[in-house]
Design a protein around this ligand. Structure first.
Ligand code: CP
Length: 311
């Protein structure tokens, strides 16, 4: 399939039909990995990580290696020429000659979009500041489809740092396009979703309410999506310390949830989900991290092999 977009910068860049295609391809790749194990031989993925990462970078690397391709890049921008003052646009123009597709994580909002304007090869946003994380969204949606059968008619409870959490911003917008979904957004009042996102959800006709009360919101939830308080986005440590342990999901909290509720978290977690929850079958976050490899395989395979319509 040809995607309509050359780059993936935002979670709304892909149509629902394209998302369905990627979910089906990821499922097929998971079931029959040998069929794809050489499909990207001769192709190179560039990884430009200006912020720390475990899952995004390594699941992309794993995805490319499982498709028979190769990987080059950096995970510590202090070891790149950014340290000498090189602008992202120059780094991207150079990397474009070294790889066939690149994934970029950067602390500045809009950095991937900027990079896409300077790159001849597809650019994938691996997280741009507190803005977007579209491949985490692909992972989240693929996990929900895999575990709950569909992306429609669900009650979602998002809890944590809804102000800075880029995965929340990406995934909320993506889920708001599916019919019948309802959202409860639980956070301290200081960490509510940004105004632009509230306006966008309203324009899309999304049914959502904002709350500070986790226990009452959890009883109706089909999916509970927890996020870390994003320490690195705070201007001072004192504010972070005040808010960091506001919501802790433990077995007692889970006892208020449905028996088949799915608990997701993009990870890394700090304190927001107690370790005791890991043995509850509803805890889906490690399964979610693993599914991230297959959906990224499907994405890079499709961007490289299928191409796009808006060259
Ligand atoms: N979910 C996620 O983006 O994790 P990393 O920061 O480890 O990549």
């Amino acid at each position: 399939m040809k995607l309509n977009c050359k780059h993936l910068c935002h979670s709304l860049d892909l149509s629902l039909e394209e998302l369905d295609y990627l979910f089906n391809l990821a499922k097929e790749m998971k079931k029959n990995p040998a069929k794809y194990s050489n499909s990207l031989a001769g192709h190179i993925l560039g990884t430009l990580f200006f912020e720390p990462s475990t899952r995004t970078r390594l699941s992309f690397e794993s995805a490319m290696l499982r498709l028979g391709g190769q990987v080059l890049g950096f995970s510590d921008s202090d070891q790149s020429s950014a340290k000498k003052g090189e602008g992202l646009w120059d780094t991207v123009r150079v990397m474009d000659g070294y790889c066939d597709i690149m994934v970029i994580r950067h602390p500045k909002e809009g950095s991937s979009l900027l990079a896409s304007e300077y790159s001849q090869v597809p650019v994938i946003n691996g997280g741009d500041g507190g803005h977007q994380h579209p491949t985490q969204t692909l992972t989240d949606l693929f996990t929900i489809v895999t575990e709950k059968g569909s992306l429609e008619n669900k009650n979602f409870a998002f809890v944590g740092d809804l102000k800075h959490g880029r995965t929340v911003h990406s995934t909320l917008l993506a889920l708001a396009r599916y019919k019948g979904n309802k959202f409860t957004l639980i956070s301290p009042s200081e960490l509510k979703i940004p105004a632009y996102l509230r306006e966008q959800l309203t324009k899309m006709g999304a049914e959502f309410e904002e709350s500070t009360d986790l226990k009452s919101a959890i009883s109706d939830a089909d999916v509970l999506y927890s996020t870390r308080i994003q320490k690195e986005r705070f201007f001072n440590e004192e504010d972070y310390l005040k808010l960091k342990d506001n919501y802790i999901i433990n077995n007692c909290v889970l006892s208020h949830g449905k028996k088949d509720m799915l608990v997701l978290h993009p990870l890394p977690r700090v304190n927001e989900i107690s370790i005791e929850v890991d043995s509850d079958p509803r805890a889906g976050f490690f399964r979610q991290a693993k599914l991230g490899v297959y959906i990224r395989m499907a994405l890079i395979h499709t961007l490289i092999k299928g191409g796009h319509t808006n060259a």
